[in-house]
Ligand binder design. Structure first.
Ligand code: ADP
Length: 165
């Protein structure tokens, strides 16, 4: 069975993430989308909120499993018997980070490879921080976030970054 792990912060999940998940789910038998728990980082959404949003926007894809983990990605991948870690490559900054991460993961789990996917054209410049900025400038995020969570994401960002309310 071909199993992929797609880790990230998903703070919040965007159309860019969802596009990657849908494409990977066509190729692999099972895809674990894993919300990374990192106590050192400050996120807008809690881990459980991110998990719920991901479950909501992927419910049409039967071979996707949403999970959370504070383990190293390569160790988590070993645990679920994954063959491949999935990453998105938007630009040169992503490339620089990802190549180090790839070597690091490979040194821990030599049998688990990393596959990088390019975003579809609409999502090339999209990041979770762009979404927060748009909300804080009262711009619409409809084009950038799955429609089921647009209102929720807008409300939470406004509430927790309490400027422009
Ligand atoms: P960000 O880098 O926006 O904080 P994450 O940590 O949640 O996002 O990213 C998880 C993975 O998804 C990373 O491999 C990242 O490169 C990828 N990714 C993020 N945004 C996009 C996008 N718009 N299109 C394709 N891949 C993306």
């Amino acid at each position: 069975m071909k199993i992929a792990v797609y880790p990230g912060s998903f703070d919040p999940v965007s159309n860019g993430h969802l596009d990657i998940i849908e494409r990977v789910a066509k190729v692999f038998d099972k895809v674990y989308v894993v919300v990374a728990i990192n106590q050192q980082k400050h996120y807008t959404f809690t881990t459980d909120e991110k998990v719920l949003m991901l479950q909501k926007v992927t419910k049409h894809i039967p071979n996707v499993i949403i999970d959370k983990s504070s383990d190293l990605v390569s160790l988590y991948s070993q645990k679920v018997k994954a063959n491949v870690i999935i990453r998105g490559l938007r630009n040169f900054n992503d490339y620089q980070d990802e190549i180090s991460l790839f070597q690091f993961n490979r040194s821990i789990s030599p049998d688990i490879d990393t596959f990088a996917l390019f975003p579809s054209a609409n999502n090339l410049f999209l990041s979770s921080s762009t979404i927060k900025e748009l909300v804080l400038f009262n711009a619409s995020i409809e084009q950038y976030v799955p429609k089921e969570i647009v209102q929720y994401v807008t409300d939470i960002i406004k509430e927790r970054h309490s400027i422009n309310k």
